[in-house]
Design a protein around this ligand. Sequence first.
Ligand SMILES: [Zn+2]
Length: 163
Amino acid sequence: MTTMRERRCVHCGDVYVFYPSGPPSESPLNDDRHCPVCKRAIIDALKAVPRKRVRVWVDCGVVSYETLKRWEAEWDEVREQKAREAAEDGRVYITAHRVHMPLFDIESGAVQRAKSVGGREDFAGRSFRYVYWTDDREPPRVEEEMEHNRETNDLRPWKDYPR
Ligand SMILES: [Zn+2]
């Protein structure tokens, strides 16, 4: 479903259409704050600035698949509890899951999927995922979302900073 919102560009003041969802939302020029003309200028200007730190998923040596499955079950309990509490108050508790682009094996029909699991215990605030094939052709792979510093080649757990 495609949705549209009118917006006023924070830079040039022009009124434009912003697409929060649907195929047009995937355009790099679709932006909640800047019109397509200003967004194009921003993208072109930023091409001159190298990206110093990028998000990468790397094989994880600190947490096992069994631990991720346990955390996943614990998170499910937390979500169910919050949904029950919300329902008692007449509210709806909405959860969101990250979607990873799957791979398909055209010959067998198998699909490679990835499930994100938020870290718990000593790993609270860190992001993990397990990657598996629906036909179990190989053991699930456990990965952690890391910050790759392109200048020093260092890796550290990725951290988001609330805006
Ligand atoms: Zn503008």
